[in-house]
Write a protein that binds this ligand. Structure first.
Ligand SMILES: *Cc1c(COP(=O)(O)O)cnc(C)c1O
Length: 403
């Protein structure tokens, strides 16, 4: 193929990046390379230290052509030099924490986050000698006040699961740079289409690619996008030493999904906007939090920072008892939407999260942090992942299940 004379558009990038015609057969669709090992033509070393980005394939825990194709596609979509694909989103978070933090270092983590990340940061990292501060990242003064001389990493998530609160990435990046710390961001809710994280100063952008990037609910995986140097360090630790690699079969499924990501994100956003407005107008719903609504507490930031508002809606229905009884009604009555965890699939998914339970297990917030959480979530929150079905059908389904 001849060299393009202008950067490709986002839809062309999603389809073609990392997916050239197969060099050996000219197949237009990418093959799946299920080989665990490769016949070598040189006396290659067998250490993570011997691996460079242009090393030939040696063993699929180091690198695999199908996985490398997906990594190239995600790096192109996220606008970074490189990407590491991992076995799951949790493996992506682990890759960041266990590559860039050592005993004696200090981590600032969002006080609300995906529950698995919250527990990993609060329970596992302190056991490894890492000091952890959980901070409300929508409060820049709180982030600045938490910085210490040994702060090595600030890890945020925006929009944050499950309450859709936002972090001002440009401002937190400025604080991280002043402190000489890296900034990582879990952008799973936004997808690579939601924010230009690299331009906003994020060093490491992680995704659960189980969600929007794969988009079809049929494969678990994770990814961290960043500079060639940072990704090489994570590959040496997380892939080669910790072994948290993505299977080539999952990489192939997820790359196939990622090819239509820009189109899907437009449709997720359109569906979610319509449903968020319908929910906001319904008297049975006490609060709707969606970055695309003018009523979002950080609507200005959403407009400035996000180029796609995604398909994730959080809403409240009153007391914890109301939430639980409506969740039960949903399990009985929903015909289209699945009552299930996870998000970002073509199928719509909904799940209720009680505030007291989450506080006991994952977040353990108190005082002002708990108050801020309750400001968004009240006694509990429904997390609705708007899929790609007709919005009218989703609205009819919700209408019948809200009691
Ligand atoms: C699902 C999710 C994760 C974890 O990803 P897995 O692929 O399930 O391991 C991390 N962060 C966010 C925001 C998620 O939604």
């Amino acid at each position: 193929m001849s060299k393009p004379n202008r950067p490709a558009g986002i839809m062309t990038t999603a389809i073609h990046a990392g997916d050239p015609p197969d060099a050996s057969t000219n197949a237009s669709a990418p093959p799946i390379h299920m080989s665990s090992t490769y016949v070598t033509e040189d006396l290659a070393g067998f250490s993570a230290h011997d691996l460079t980005p242009d090393s030939p394939y040696v063993y699929s825990r180091w690198a695999n052509p199908t996985v490398a194709g997906l990594e190239a596609k995600i790096a192109a979509l996220q606008g970074t030099e490189a990407c590491l694909a991992t076995a799951s989103g949790m493996a992506a978070a682990s890759a960041i924490f266990f590559t860039f933090l050592s005993a004696g270092d200090h981590l600032i983590v969002s006080d609300v986050s995906y529950a698995g990340v919250a527990e990993l940061a609060r329970e596992t990292l302190p056991r490894m000698g890492v000091d952890v501060s959980a901070v409300n990242m929508s409060d820049l003064a709180a982030v600045a006040a938490a910085i210490r001389p040994n702060t090595r990493l600030i890890h945020t998530e925006t929009p944050v699961n499950p309450i859709n609160r936002l972090t001002d990435l440009a401002e937190v990046s400025r604080l991280a740079k002043q402190a000489g710390a890296l900034l990582s961001c879990d952008a799973t809710f936004a997808s690579p289409l939601g924010m230009d994280t690299a331009a906003l100063g994020v060093d490491l952008t992680m995704h659960s690619i189980t969600k929007y990037i794969g988009g079809h609910g049929d494969a678990i995986g994770g990814a961290v996008a960043g500079s060639t140097e940072l990704v090489a360090r994570m590959r040496a630790e997380a892939a080669i030493h910790h072994g948290a690699i993505l299977s080539p079969f999952n990489a192939w499924l997820i790359a196939r999904g990622a090819s239509t990501l820009p189109l899907r994100m437009k449709a997720h956003e359109a569906g979610a906007s319509a449903i968020a407005e319908w929910l906001e107008a319904d008297s049975r719903v006490s609060r709707v939090i969606y970055p695309g609504l003018a009523s979002h507490p950080q609507s200005d930031l959403a407009q400035r920072q996000m180029s796609n508002m995604s398909g994730m809606i959080s809403f409240q229905v009153g007391s914890a008892a109301d939430g639980e009884s409506i969740a039960r009604l949903m399990i009985e009555r929903l015909n289209v939407i699945h009552y299930a965890v996870s998000l970002g699939h073509h199928r719509s998914l909904i799940f209720w999260m009680g505030t007291d339970g989450l506080m006991e297990t994952s977040f353990r917030l108190q005082g002002a942090q708990l108050e801020d959480y309750r400001h968004y979530a009240g006694d509990g929150i429904f997390r609705l992942s708007v899929g790609l079905e007709d919005a009218e059908d989703l609205i009819a389904d919700l209408d019948g299940a809200l009691g």
